[in-house]
Design a protein around this ligand. Structure first.
Ligand SMILES: *Cc1c(COP(=O)(O)O)cnc(C)c1O
Length: 467
């Protein structure tokens, strides 16, 4: 039986996996999620313990894509997605102290966990589009990690042209170069004269006015509202859980959180059968979720720049997917709540708040604490963490409860992606880029600088699409 996907707001067409892969945001403004989740019994989970990362990924993902992609094909796409990760284990687990662990998710091509989803997404898209004889255009805005991971994931796709918009002069040198030095006739970097919000607004407006594209070409979203990204991220929660004694011993996760995509995948792993006691939402000063959990009110606030830019958000889009479960799948109520939220803030019902608090805890970590934590871990373990991961390890210790079992922090980026932030921790160490990127600063950059002007950008894109 293949899984059907529906919108959190209940008014968009129900889709199969292929449909949801190509869809992005639902037409009613909601987010797609599976109508029912696969569930693994304890015996099934025990049988999965010895699997390699790619075998496990195939097992966990197969039920979600059934009816669209056969198992053998899936296994090949998964294998190709993780083959170039620089660590044999793909997602190695490192012990920090007695019951604190680090899951290193930065061994992919662009050194952030986003590679786990986007390497697979590119291959899934190309496979499905080849079969359908169609081509698509990917358009995304980035303030950092998403852009390079999406470009790396799609650079070899025959049927995809990819356009990434970033604010001119406002992304770090490493992050920009990871995008602009990629060779590929289908890869287009657009430096927009504006800020990140401008870039995001341009992308949003483009999804409303798709007709600027050549005939038979549609736009696909690669931000974390795309269901396939969430799906790929569920796998490493199982992988870490098994490594630490699951399913016979519950585990806990601390997740550096921005848009709530990554930790939502952890929540899904728990619902699919993995015993988890505590999911820690680790935030920087942009603490919309921490305030929600402590006060019961979900309210947006202006973005403030921090040392962990990939978590600088004013709202967490994927939280709507959790809300859907907190309100027992009552789509009309979610639509009403999100409408209310667009005018300011919402208060969670007592029941909803009790539900979210039964699994999630949270902590906010300041820039100063982040630096102290990087320095502390360096001194105690000899490991150099990036600022996002350090927020995770500190939140893990703040929220760890005796008797809960091992706590795993997701290390979401390699420290060399954020050298300035790591330098401010005064460890005296400068993180080095791994060998495949060591000549990053010698490579030729390619990008086009464009005005913050929708018509001009559309004309540019239409002209650049491959025939
Ligand atoms: C994207 C990102 C995050 C936040 O992940 P969400 O899924 O948006 O919550 C955290 N750390 C790093 C390094 C990232 O790139």
């Amino acid at each position: 039986m293949s899984i059907r996907y529906l919108s959190t707001r209940g008014q968009a067409p129900i889709l199969d996996f292929e449909g949801v892969l190509l869809a992005g945001l639902a037409s009613d403004g909601g987010l797609y999620l599976p109508e029912s989740l696969p569930h693994f019994s304890t015996d099934e989970l025990r049988a999965m313990r010895g699997l390699s990362y790619t075998e496990l990924a195939t097992t966990v993902i197969a039920p979600f894509v059934e009816g669209s992609i056969d198992r053998q094909t899936l296994a090949e796409l998964v294998e190709a997605s993780y083959r170039d990760f620089r660590h044999q284990a793909v997602a190695p687990l490192v012990q920090l102290d007695q019951d604190q662990w680090l899951l290193e998710l930065f061994h992919g091509p662009t050194l952030a966990f986003k590679d786990f989803a986007l390497q697979l997404l590119g291959r899934l898209l190309d496979h499905v589009l080849t079969r359908r004889g169609e081509k698509v255009v990917i358009m995304g805005a980035t303030s950092g990690d998403t852009g390079s991971a999406a470009i790396e994931g799609c650079r070899h796709c025959e049927h995809v042209d990819i356009f990434i918009l970033y604010p001119d002069g406002r992304v770090s040198d490493v992050q920009r170069r990871q995008m602009t030095t990629v060779e590929g006739s289908n890869v287009h970097n657009l430096a927009v004269r504006g800020n990140f919000d401008d870039c995001q607004a341009l992308v949003k407006a483009s999804f409303v006015a798709e007709r600027f594209l050549p005939e038979n070409r549609s736009l696909v979203a690669v931000n974390s509202i795309n269901w396939a990204r969430i799906m790929a991220q569920i796998v490493y929660y199982f992988y870490a859980g098994f490594a630490l004694g699951g399913p016979d011993r519950p585990v806990n996760f601390s997740v550096p959180t921005g848009n709530f995509g990554d930790i939502y995948a952890g929540y899904l792993a728990q619902r699919m059968g993995l015993p988890v006691n505590n999911l820690v939402i680790a935030t920087n000063r942009n603490d919309v979720l921490h305030r929600m959990l402590t006060t019961g009110t979900y309210s947006r606030q202006p973005i403030e720049a921090s040392l962990s830019p990939s978590m600088d958000i004013s709202v967490s889009s994927n939280f709507e997917r959790l809300l859907f479960d907190l309100y027992e799948g009552d789509a009309p109520q979610i639509a009403a709540l999100m409408d209310e939220f667009s005018h300011g803030q919402i208060a969670l019902s007592e029941t909803a708040l009790a539900r979210v608090r039964s699994l999630f805890t949270s902590a906010r970590v300041s820039d100063e604490e982040t630096c102290d934590e990087i320095a502390r871990l360096w001194q105690q373990t000899g490991l150099l963490l990036d600022p996002h991961s350090a927020i995770g390890t500190l939140a893990a210790r703040k929220c760890h409860r005796a008797g809960d079992g091992p706590m795993v922090t997701l290390a979401t980026a390699h420290p060399a992606k954020f050298p300035a932030a790591v330098a401010s921790a005064n460890t005296g160490e400068t993180p080095q880029l791994p060998p495949h990127l060591s000549d990053l600063f010698d490579r030729e950059e390619r990008f086009h600088t464009l005005d913050n002007d929708l018509t001009a950008i559309h004309a540019f894109m239409a002209a650049q699409c491959r025939p």
